[in-house]
Design a protein around this ligand. Structure first.
Ligand code: FAD
Length: 378
């Protein structure tokens, strides 16, 4: 039986960042991952993830976002590969859009570089968008996208180089804890540690041994065949999102060469998908899967065209208030839980790695995450 300081279950977005942070600090860490690394069966595949700092979801995320940005830059330098593309962000919506107004408010509160654009400024600077005449907009400087597959791969490679042990294709079957620490069972054997971090993405409802109200949903990403690629390219187009009240946000990325996955113009709708189980979800795209976004893309971004080239299926693990859940396990004192990322967690996974490393070794973190505790859900 092997003994570690910390065992991390799930080496996806959160787990890879946690393993890297712990290994850098000289902590003896074991990461256990049921699939290969990276993979396309969870929540962290599909070429790109948006990072924005003027956070409309809750202003308390902003300090976490600023630290995340620093850590992503540091990762790029240490790994020798850029996985953060700073493109700026363009957020649009109808008059009074909560998304745009709250993003403006967060930018004001934290002094983030941004500008409000009226309809004519939007039209002049970003003619790619053909939006209703009364729409409002904001441009933020500190925004862009991450390549999730590269972030995870590089964090794991560096974590291993700093001494982390990371096992692929080794699924955790069960775990338990007692006064001395935790025991984790896989088909290959039993491991013990002083602390366990559970960050198993869409499998958390099954693995967490808690009654946290989580629901997993099936989400669709699409790539169109652009009719005018020249106006959609990296350097011309920032990451962008359009508020569709009552539905969600249509969002997408500039056309960028050399990324993993499909070519084409990537767009999707950030909105709750249909309920799913990670063990039985249909990972094939089906006719109609593009229904939430394709008409809007065609109408609002004519250069993107309306013909879909590819789709991918992914999962959100949603909490009831759509905020993350990062806390000690309610019933097991040597266990920390990280879940409920509700479709917006990737951008912050680098700093969450620091939070989870702090909690698993010190029992607390200086990062401001009190608003993400389980008690708020009571
Ligand atoms: C379509 C889509 C678009 C998104 N867009 C954005 C975006 O633009 N910006 C943003 O910030 N966020 C975005 N997100 C959200 C973000 O990607 C997720 O919040 C984040 O990737 C979740 O990371 P995770 O570590 O919790 O899950 P994962 O990365 O899925 O990792 C969990 C890991 O646990 C492993 N695992 C599960 N069970 C076991 C077990 N028993 N034993 C061992 N290993 C196990 C899984 O195989 C998996 O690798 C998006 C998500 C989706 C689906």
């Amino acid at each position: 039986m092997s003994r570690y300081d910390v065992i991390v279950v799930g080496v996806g977005a959160m787990g890879s960042a946690t393993c890297l942070t712990l290994a850098r600090r000289g902590v003896r860490v074991l990461g256990l991952e049921r699939h290969g690394i990276p993979h396309d069966q969870g929540s962290s595949h599909g070429q790109s993830r948006m990072i924005r700092c003027a956070y409309y979801e809750h202003p308390d995320y902003v300090p976490l976002l600023l630290r995340s940005w620093e850590l992503w830059e540091q990762l790029g330098e240490e790994a020798g590969r850029q996985s953060l593309y700073a493109t700026g962000g363009l957020y649009m919506g109808p008059p009074g859009s909560e998304f745009v107004e709250s993003s403006l408010q967060a930018a004001d509160t934290y002094g983030l570089e941004h500008e409000r654009l009226d309809r004519s400024q939007l039209q002049e600077r970003f003619p790619q968008f053909d939006l209703p005449l009364d729409f409002i907009a904001m441009r933020e400087s500190k925004a862009g996208f991450l390549v999730p597959e590269w972030c995870i791969e590089d964090q794991v490679r560096l974590a291993r180089s700093h001494g982390a042990e990371i096992h692929e294709y080794e699924s955790v079957e069960s775990w338990d804890s007692d006064a001395g620490g935790v025991q984790v069972q896989t088909a290959a054997g039993t491991y013990t540690a002083g602390h366990l971090v559970l960050c198993a993405g869409a499998w958390m409802p099954q693995l967490s041994k808690s009654t946290l109200p989580l629901h997993v949903t099936r989400q669709v990403l699409g790539w169109t065949k652009p009719v005018d690629p020249s106006v959609l390219r990296l350097g011309t187009l920032p990451v962008w999102a359009i508020d569709c009240p009552g539905e969600g946000q249509l969002y997408g990325f500039p056309l960028t060469e050399g990324l993993p996955g499909p070519t084409g113009f990537k767009a999707a709708m950030h909105a709750p998908g249909v309920p799913a189980d990670p063990n039985t979800i249909d990972r094939e795209s089906r006719p109609g899967d593009d229904a939430t976004f394709i008409d809007r893309v065609r109408d609002w971004i004519p250069a993107a065209g309306s013909e879909l080239d590819a789709m991918r299926i992914c999962m959100y693990t949603n909490s009831i208030d759509e905020h993350f859940i990062i806390d000690g396990h309610p019933d097991h004192s040597h266990v920390t839980i990280a879940t409920g990322f509700s479709g917006h967690g990737f951008k912050m996974s680098s700093v969450i790695g620091e939070v989870l490393a702090d909690m698993s070794t010190e029992g607390r973190s200086d990062h401001p995450t009190a608003f993400l505790k389980i008690s708020r859900l009571a």
